[in-house]
Design a protein around this ligand. Sequence first.
Ligand code: MD6
Ligand code: FE
Length: 215
Amino acid sequence: MTFELFSDGGEAGVLALAPGARILPAWAQSGAESLLAAVATVAACAPFRQMRTPGGRAMAVAMTNCGPLGWISDEAGYRYGATDPLTGRPWPAMPGVLSALAEGAARAAGYPGFVPDACLVNRYLPGVGLSRHQDRDERDLAAPIVSVSLGLPAIFLFGGLRRADSCRRYRLGHGDVVVWGGPSRLCFHGVAPLAPGSHPLLGPERINLTFRRAG
Ligand code: MD6
Ligand code: FE
């Protein structure tokens, strides 16, 4: 692995991915079952669906959202909206166990006072990945993103501020949390197609939660 031990006053066990971006290994592991129960309540109201890219193709990753705002992709582009286009209802409220986890992880990574207003839930199956992109649809780029990985491990590809910059590879396993902001907030990143496997809690799935300050 290419992790470096965080060396400028961070807590033991916190790893620096890049300036402003940190991995909290296994941070969410002990609470994973309650996080997954919360995700199930969200998905019961706002089902996982494969959104369309602006080019009209179905995304391989299945997504849903909770919180006041949800991330949406369709032929009209990428944006945040308060209404689930599938159900016509507001996105389900963000369960307290999710917002509390995001706030605590952000604090531990040096971003106190993080109050997310959007939680994007991504579901991957073996063979599914996410192509390289920047997260720049959020109005408040000063706030970090908190990313929680559950279930099957994935290789997270982390590049630089230009699309052409080469990527480093990090394995994100069940319960690992990435907190990402400051100078690396707009770095390109993606997820390599998942390897086949089965996780004790989730079976052949990876769930990723990303908490943002979008509005
Ligand atoms: C994923 N994550 O890990 C996709 N974006 O499934 C992201 O695209 C992401 O993990 C911004 C910050 C952290 C992330
Ligand atoms: Fe992203």
